[in-house]
Design a protein around this ligand. Structure first.
Ligand code: HEC
Length: 268
């Protein structure tokens, strides 16, 4: 027989471990939200920060608990609903003392860091977002004119030609049969060329909600974390991190959703 003290010691360590793991799973984080301004006569964009935080959190909910649903002032979120890395980041914020604006700043930082690409399978399970455009394109059947409308435009935000595909209502049945959610695809062409500079996608979430997700493939066809835009102020090209910059232009302040069609007039 070994030393009974040692046996007890190991038991205690194991118990601590168990308690620690269980409580980590169940920990509730209380996140204050940026103010939610309901006055429609005011600048409606004032709700963008608030809605960005909720949009970010909803990227991770597989099935949100009733009692942790969004409120106007704060959201209670169980760490069990979040990927470990995100839970750690938010818990850290809790330690530092939180305000709605600090929560927004953290969410913006995470949204700019490619977090949406990393966890894309949570919101897009049945329809996988591939690492490479060539693989993605194979699933889309862009040549099928029943599913897709196609237009070629001179884009102000890109300063060059864009070819835009959008799933159309009349082809919804056929689209669903191919396992495709509603979406828009925009291919931006290099100036004076038919080569694609970047391909951007906006895909409806598969949970029946109103929000859409944003993805970019670069000129080599790799899933990327940003694309290029012309700043509204001048004609200077600027880097827009996805999905954060996408969300600023593709926000519908009346419905308070992030969608495929941009807000007009846009500014960011
Ligand atoms: C500066 C504002 C702005 C930003 C930032 C922006 N968009 Fe857009 N987006 C537009 C505008 C305006 C259009 C309409 C087409 C055009 O004029 O180029 C559009 C159209 C689109 C379309 C076609 C939608 C349709 O069905 O007609 C897609 C796809 C798209 N954007 C994806 C993205 C993605 C992905 C990002 C982020 C990487 C993004 N956009 C960021 C303004 C913006």
């Amino acid at each position: 027989m070994g030393n009974p003290l040692r046996f007890i010691g190991v038991g205690v360590v194991f118990l601590l471990f168990l308690v620690n793991t269980l409580s980590a799973q169940d920990e509730i984080i209380r996140l204050p939200l940026p103010p939610n301004i309901m006055d429609k006569t005011q600048n409606q964009m004032l709700n963008l920060k608030h809605d960005t935080v909720l949009y970010f959190l909803a990227m991770f909910f597989v099935s949100p608990d009733e009692d942790t649903g969004p409120s106007d002032k704060e959201v209670l979120i169980s760490t069990r609903q979040l990927p470990e890395q995100i839970a750690v980041e938010l818990r850290q914020l809790e330690v530092e003392g939180m305000t709605g604006d600090k929560v927004f700043a953290k969410v913006r930082e995470l949204l700019k860091s490619g977090v949406a690409n990393r966890y894309r399978e949570i919101r897009h399970r049945s329809f996988g977002i591939s690492d490479h455009w060539s693989e993605m394109e194979r699933q889309l059947f862009l040549d099928d004119t029943e599913i897709w409308s196609r237009s070629r435009i001179a884009s102000d935000v890109k300063g060059t030609v864009r070819v835009i595909y959008r799933t159309q209502r009349s082809g919804a049945e056929k689209r669903r049969a191919k396992g495709l959610p509603p979406m828009s695809v925009a291919m931006t062409l290099k100036k004076g060329s038919e080569d694609v500079r970047e391909t951007e996608l906006i895909i409806k979430r598969e949970d029946g909600g109103l929000d859409w997700d944003f993805y970019v493939y670069d000129g080599d066809g790799k899933l990327a974390v940003s694309s290029l835009f012309l700043a509204s102020s001048g004609k200077k090209e600027t880097i827009g991190p996805a999905p954060y910059s996408c969300m600023t232009c593709h926000y519908n302040p009346n419905r308070r959703t992030f969608e495929n069609l941009p807000r007009r007039p846009y500014s960011y």
